[in-house]
Design a protein around this ligand. Structure first.
Ligand SMILES: [Zn+2]
Ligand SMILES: [Zn+2]
Length: 181
């Protein structure tokens, strides 16, 4: 089962497919570089493709696991994401005839050449759209202590409390008194 659809072989009632992909597939389409702060584990795509005259409607659901680094505690964690998708493909030479329909924002219009449609890139795009800007291992992540550098989720250290309380202030006051006398 693949993400490539041969248009002439789509039967009357359409096709339904269930496709699993992995990290290698994703990395091949979107090579990892310094701008990519996530990697992908399992990817599962379920979709249907129907043909209506020259148009092919592809819709389905993506489930993927992302491996990310939490922006607060810098630990790796796994995030499960999922999203529905829907694209309408039409022959590339047919663009002008349907220009007015492109305003329909609910739908994503795409074009195909020849007899095949490869939805791989669309799937990669959809997964990238699910990547959070500020990934958090948990809403309650306590982050890293700026004083001792420890992960507060694992080992609470109470440093934050100390910096806002008396010991530090008392020391400052002491210094001021010394200098002014
Ligand atoms: Zn975290
Ligand atoms: Zn600390």
């Amino acid at each position: 089962m693949s993400l490539i659809i041969v248009i002439s072989t789509i039967p009357e009632g359409g096709i339904r497919r269930s496709v699993s992909k992995g990290k290698d597939w994703f990395d091949h389409l979107l090579p990892a570089d310094e701008h990519r702060d996530f990697s992908v584990g399992d990817i599962h795509v379920e979709y249907t493709a129907e043909r209506i005259n020259e148009k092919v409607i592809v819709s389905g659901q993506i489930q993927a696991t992302l491996v990310m680094v939490c922006c607060r505690c810098l630990e790796k964690f796994i995030l499960h994401v999922g999203t529905p998708f829907r694209y309408i493909y039409q022959p590339e030479d047919d663009v002008q005839a349907t220009d007015h329909e492109l305003q329909d924002e609910e739908l994503e219009w795409c074009f195909y050449h020849g007899d095949t449609i490869d939805i791989s890139e669309r799937i990669v795009e959809q997964i990238v759209l699910q990547v959070p800007m500020k990934p958090l291992c948990s809403e309650n992540c306590k982050g890293i202590c700026p004083v001792c550098g420890g992960n507060r989720n694992i080992k609470p250290c109470h440093h934050e409390d100390e910096t806002t309380h008396s010991p530090f202030d008392a020391l400052k006051n002491l210094k001021v008194k010394k200098g002014s006398s």
